[in-house]
Write a protein that binds this ligand. Structure first.
Ligand code: PAF
Length: 287
């Protein structure tokens, strides 16, 4: 295992990346906001399969937090994160400051706006969130110039926006790889936000995935309409102590509302449990 180099300066990082590229090595990139859990580490492990050099960034992006308190409370676990990334064999860690990414402040930043897909579901409930995500991902892609970048499927809408719009439409020359959601043994999707759950809420939290699984089997049976399934799911979540934002059967092509034919569908959900906003999804082609 080599040592992990750390960079907070764009020029120094680019110089190192240039050396690797000149040596014919492929650069694989995993952007994160830190507070790393096993889900992130799975991205890092899979990154190895796509190239010789793995670059991870940790940057808590102020522009994608529609709620200032949420940004301020975002956990910083840099010492543990570095230890995990070193052990995982990461080659370079990019740790830019807010000033490096947003020299004139993020309110003044040029923006990458992906209309339509960014305005629905999480975008509707977190106005401006996806503009923050696509803007920072565009900046990070232009800094790192990766051959491949990996994102978790838990953030299904984010992955779609990045893949379909930034790559297919804006022609960022990068291959995007989605990685299956890592789950706790009781089904709860791993997320930095799970740390906001108290002990009782942690017991209730796996209900979100159970309700998604239930909705999936109902859809596969084909006996109920999407609307009935969604209404029942929202009720089940409310009874389990959640405050749902949305629970919706969508097309995997464009996240439009979908009915009937189970092929190509995804069920997406977001719900509050105490202080934590949990999101999860389930696709209908697999099993
Ligand atoms: O998924 C995340 O952690 C963030 O949205 C990302 C992609 C690192 C952009 O800040």
């Amino acid at each position: 295992m080599g040592t992990m180099q750390r960079f907070s300066d764009i020029g120094e990082l680019r110089q190192q990346l240039h050396h690797w590229r000149m040596a014919g090595e492929r650069i694989v990139f995993v952007p994160t906001m830190g507070n790393l859990h096993r889900g992130h580490l799975r991205l890092v492990e899979q990154a190895r399969d796509h190239g010789q050099r793995v670059v991870v960034s940790i940057f808590v992006n102020p522009m994608q937090f529609n709620d200032k308190d949420d940004f301020a409370a975002y956990p910083n676990t840099l010492v543990q994160d570095c230890a995990k990334l070193t052990e995982a064999g990461v080659d370079a860690l990019f740790l830019p400051s807010v000033e490096v990414i947003y020299p004139d402040g993020y309110q003044q930043s040029s923006q990458v706006v992906v209309p339509g897909l960014s305005d629905i579901l999480c975008g509707e409930h977190r106005p401006g969130h996806f503009i923050g995500v696509t803007t920072v991902v565009a900046k990070l892609f232009n800094i790192v110039l990766p051959d491949v970048a990996l994102f978790g499927e838990k953030d299904f809408q984010q992955l779609m926006i990045i893949r379909r719009m930034m790559v297919d439409e804006l022609y960022f020359p990068v291959e995007i790889v989605g990685v299956a959601t890592a789950r706790e043994s009781d089904g709860l999707a791993m997320s930095s936000r799970n740390g906001y759950l108290n002990a009782e809420e942690r017991q209730q939290a796996p209900l979100l995935y159970r309700v998604l699984e239930q909705a999936k089997s109902q859809l596969l049976l084909g006996s109920e309409s999407s609307l009935v399934i969604e209404t029942q799911a929202i009720q089940a979540l409310q009874e389990g102590g959640f405050i749902p934002e949305y629970f919706s059967v969508r097309s995997r092509k464009d996240l439009s509302k979908a009915e009937g034919n189970a092929q190509g569908l995804v069920i997406v959900a977001a719900a509050w449990l105490g202080r934590a906003r949990l999101i999860d999804n389930i696709c209908l082609n697999s099993g």
